[in-house]
Write a new protein. Structure first.
Length: 423
C-alpha cells in the first residue's frame, strides 16, 4: 500500500509538470533592430571667391579690352580682374591716377599709362620694379617693343611692359583720292602744302564735309599734333601756321579746337572727313564693319614730317594689396596670349615682338602689311624728352590753343613754347 501511494504521488507530480508545460505558450522572440542613422549629405562648399584685381585703364572703342578681361578671368583660378574705365583725356587720366597713387592708395593694382608718365611715376616710388618678374618668366626686355620699354626704365630698373605701342599717321579715303595721289601719300614724300592742296581738291567728294580732322583740343593730343606739324619742334611757327591755315580755309570742322581722338574717329567712320590724323586703334573699329565707312575704303599714309611716338604701357601699383595677382594679370596682358588678343580684336600693334611675325596677327591687321603704314612706322618722332614733361606739355597746349582760338599772337605762342622746351 505504501509503495502504491508513493507511485501515485510521483505520477501526480509528473502530470502536473506536463500540464504546466502545456499551458506555457512560447512568446516569439522579438529582436529590436538598431535604428538606421542616415548621415546628412555634406553641404557643398561654395566655390572660393576669387581675389579681385583692379585694372585702371582708358576706355577702349574696340572689343579688345572686354575680350582680354574675359579670357583672363576664365583661366585664372585665384583672381578676377575688374576694369575700372577712366577718361580718354590723357591729361585728366594722368591727374586721376596721380591723386590716387600719391595718397599711397591700393585701389588700383595694375595701371595703364601713357608712355610719358612712367618716368614721373617711377621716380616718385609709385610703381613696382618688374625685373624679377621678367627673370621669373624667362623674358628679356628685348622681347618687347623697345620704345615702350625705354619709356619705363628708370635708374637702371624696368618698371613697365607694353600695353600697345602707338604712332600718329593719316587715314584717308582711298575711294575718293586718286591713284596718283594715293601713291604720293603712301610714300610720305610730300609736304603740308601738298596735303592742304589735296584737301581743297577732295573736300565734299562722296558726301564728305571736312578735308581734315585731327586732335586740337587743349590736352595731350594737341601737343602730339603740333609736334608733327612743326617737324619735332624744328619749325614751331610754321607748324602753327599750317594748323591755322587749315582752319581759315574751312578745311576743318568749325569746332576743331574741341576735337580729341573720339571726335576724329567719328568724323572718319561716319563719312564726314577725307583725311584724319589718328592712332592705330581706329583700324580695329574699321575692321568691325559696323560703321558707314568700311576698311576697304581707307588707306594709310605717313605724316609729312613724321608721326609722334605714343602708346600705352602697364605697371604695378607699388601699394597694391594683391601684388601676386597684379603680376599674374600683368604677365597675361603683356605676354603673347594677351597681346595676341589685343592685336586681333583691337588691331593694336603688338608689344610682344614675336607676334609681329604671327600669321594670325598679320592676317587680322591690315596695318602691319600696308606700305603706307610701314613708311609711317619708319618715320616716327618723339615728344619732348624732359624731366618735367607734364608741365612742358601743359605750356605747349595752352600756348598753341590760345593762338589757334585767336586769343594770342603767333609770336607770343612760339616764344612760350620755345622757353618751355629749353627748360
Amino acid at each position: 500500500m505504501k509503495r502504491f501511494l508513493i507511485v501515485l504521488l510521483i505520477v501526480s507530480l509528473v502530470m502536473g509538470l506536463v500540464a504546466c508545460a502545456s499551458n506555457q505558450v512560447e512568446e516569439p522572440v522579438v529582436t529590436e533592430e538598431a535604428p538606421v542613422v542616415t548621415e546628412p549629405e555634406p553641404t557643398p562648399e561654395p566655390p572660393p571667391s576669387k581675389i579681385l584685381i583692379n585694372f585702371a585703364v582708358q576706355a577702349d572703342s574696340t572689343p579688345a579690352l572686354e575680350k582680354l578681361v574675359e579670357a583672363f578671368n576664365e583661366q585664372s583660378e585665384m583672381y578676377e580682374v575688374k576694369a575700372t574705365i577712366m577718361t580718354n583725356d590723357s591729361g585728366q587720366m594722368h591727374d586721376q591716377l596721380l591723386n590716387s597713387l600719391s595718397s599711397k592708395s591700393g585701389e588700383y593694382d595694375v595701371i595703364s599709362m601713357d608712355v610719358v608718365w612712367a618716368g614721373e611715376f617711377a621716380a616718385a616710388g609709385y610703381l613696382e620694379p618688374i625685373d624679377q618678374l621678367l627673370m621669373d618668366k624667362g623674358w628679356k626686355p628685348t622681347d618687347f617693343n623697345a620704345g615702350s620699354m625705354d619709356s619705363g626704365k628708370y635708374k637702371g630698373k624696368n618698371y613697365v611692359l607694353p600695353y600697345f605701342p602707338d604712332l600718329g599717321f593719316i587715314y584717308f579715303r582711298s575711294d575718293i583720292v586718286s591713284a596718283e595721289d594715293v601713291a604720293i601719300l603712301q610714300s610720305g614724300d610730300y609736304t603740308f602744302d601738298d596735303l592742304i592742296a589735296m584737301g581743297e581738291k577732295y573736300q565734299g567728294e562722296m558726301g564728305t564735309k571736312h578735308a581734315f580732322v585731327y586732335q586740337s583740343k587743349q590736352y595731350e593730343g594737341l601737343t602730339c599734333n603740333l609736334n608733327e606739324f612743326s617737324g619735332n619742334w624744328t619749325d614751331i611757327e610754321g607748324g602753327l601756321n599750317y594748323m591755322k591755315q587749315m582752319m581759315d580755309k574751312n578745311l576743318t570742322p568749325e569746332d576743331i579746337l574741341n576735337y580729341t581722338e573720339g571726335e576724329v574717329h567719328n568724323a572718319l567712320l561716319n563719312g564726314e572727313a577725307v583725311f584724319a590724323r589718328n592712332w592705330p586703334y581706329v583700324n580695329g573699329m574699321l575692321q568691325s564693319g559696323e560703321h558707314d565707312v568700311k576698311v576697304d575704303q581707307i588707306g594709310y599714309a605717313p605724316l609729312p614730317k613724321g608721326g609722334t611716338v605714343g602708346g600705352w604701357i602697364l605697371g604695378i601699383n607699388a601699394n597694391s594689396q594683391n601684388p601676386e595677382g597684379a603680376k599674374e594679370f600683368l604677365t597675361f596682358l603683356a605676354g603673347p596670349e594677351g597681346q595676341k588678343i589685343n592685336a586681333i580684336e583691337g588691331s593694336y600693334l603688338p608689344g610682344f615682338n614675336a607676334l609681329l611675325e604671327d600669321e594670325e596677327v598679320l592676317a587680322a591687321n591690315k596695318l602691319l602689311t600696308d606700305e603706307g603704314f610701314q613708311n609711317a612706322l619708319a618715320r616716327t618722332i618723339p615728344r619732348p624728352v624732359v624731366p618735367n614733361y607734364s608741365e612742358v606739355s601743359d605750356i605747349i597746349q595752352i600756348s598753341a590753343h590760345e593762338y589757334l582760338s585767336g586769343n594770342s599772337t603767333i609770336e607770343d605762342a612760339v616764344v612760350r613754347i620755345q622757353e618751355a622746351l629749353a627748360e
